[in-house]
Ligand binder design. Structure first.
Ligand code: GDP
Length: 327
């Protein structure tokens, strides 16, 4: 049995109707699923035989789904080789080989995901960074909501002191969730807000401190200096870098967004990615490209605007929801 057949079998056997998370993936990835599966199914139905033009069209479908050029080319190459070896030339089976190649890539990779591990000796510190507009503030609120529901004491640290609107937005969420927030005075140095915030968290027995940072990218050197300073302040206050440093990426900005976000890669010891707005794009392949480009695990995925719509990234659920309608 190929990997794709195995995945389908695994999910169909289970009664997933009561699994809230599976439903979240299913609803959130509807657009991507329609786009990718219907194109692959149409191609297989129309094709009389498999030739180089068939593979070119498959290539196009993957690139249009934002899978990324490098990954697409290597997947197609692998599929062609495997088809030759197994003497397979039926379009539907070729599609299956392609998906198997894709799945194999991700099962081989360290794409395994995990929740935030909470420390028991002091508060767990999570730093959130990313370009403006990607969904940092809302992701902080959603994380706060998630862990508050699990009984954790949460606080927000609003260190994006350059944008009054960002602080106000986080404050609104804090009020709504009844979470304490430490914020800066106008133009206060972000590092000083973080220092005060960590002091607050430690002295008030907070379990999870979520730090919002500025996403100004107009000057890369400036950004690097600023984030470097933030990292040093955290080290000074808690003895290590933040326990988790997440880079937030907006799935709907496609490959351009990824290029922009690369500036963050060398500025902080990042521990993972949060990919937001997956529900708002038809290009589901972006998550696959992200893993190839960033070599960092996707830890959380945003599948909608509601508080409960940010969830831990689960590779099986994601791939199954994305591909299950390919015949
Ligand atoms: P920031 O500038 O990075 O802090 O971005 P915000 O948190 O203000 O988010 C920008 C917009 O994206 C807001 O309108 C959010 O509601 C929206 N948003 C964030 N995450 C998601 C998501 O997963 N799905 C959808 N549909 N919208 C999202």
């Amino acid at each position: 049995m190929g990997l794709f057949a195995y995945l389908k079998d695994k999910f169909r056997k289970k009664d997933n109707s009561s699994d809230k998370e599976t439903k979240l993936y299913d609803d959130g990835l509807k657009k991507q699923r329609n786009e990718l599966s219907s194109k692959m199914n149409d191609l297989a139905k129309k094709a009389k035989k498999v030739n180089s033009s068939y593979f070119e069209q498959l290539e196009e479908i993957l690139i249009e789904a934002d899978v990324g050029v490098n990954l697409t080319l290597s997947l197609i190459e692998e599929t062609i080789e495997c088809a030759k070896k197994k003497k397979i030339d039926e379009p539907k089976l070729i599609n299956e080989l392609l998906i198997d190649a894709l799945l194999k890539r991700y099962y081989d990779d360290s794409f395994d995901n995990h929740d935030i591990t909470f420390r028991d000796d002091r508060c767990t510190v999570v730093l959130i960074c990313g370009v403006n507009g990607v969904g940092k503030t809302t992701s902080i609120a959603k994380l706060g909501y998630r862990y508050q529901k699990q009984g954790k004491k949460v606080c927000f640290i609003a260190a994006d002191t350059f944008r009054a609107a960002a602080v106000e937005q986080l404050e609104e969420f804090a009020n709504r969730l009844n979470v304490p927030i430490v914020k800066g005075d106008n133009e206060e140095d972000p590092s000083s807000v973080i220092y005060r915030g960590l002091d607050y968290a430690i002295s008030h027995g907070i379990d999870l401190a979520l730090i919002d940072t500025s996403g100004r990218l107009h000057n890369k050197d400036y950004l690097m200096r600023e984030l470097g300073k933030i990292n040093r302040v955290i080290q000074k206050r808690i003895g290590t870098s933040a326990d988790e440093s997440f880079l937030v990426l907006d799935a709907s900005t496609g490959q351009n967004g990824l290029e922009q976000a690369k500036s963050f890669l060398n500025t902080l010891p990042l521990t993972g990615l949060i990919v937001t707005k997956m529900d708002g794009t038809s290009k589901g392949g972006i998550i696959l490209a992200i893993n190839q480009e960033f070599h960092l695990p996707v830890r959380f995925i945003g599948l909608g605007e509601k508080m409960e719509d940010l969830t831990i990234f689960n590779l099986d659920k994601f791939l199954y929801s994305l591909l299950k309608e390919v015949e």
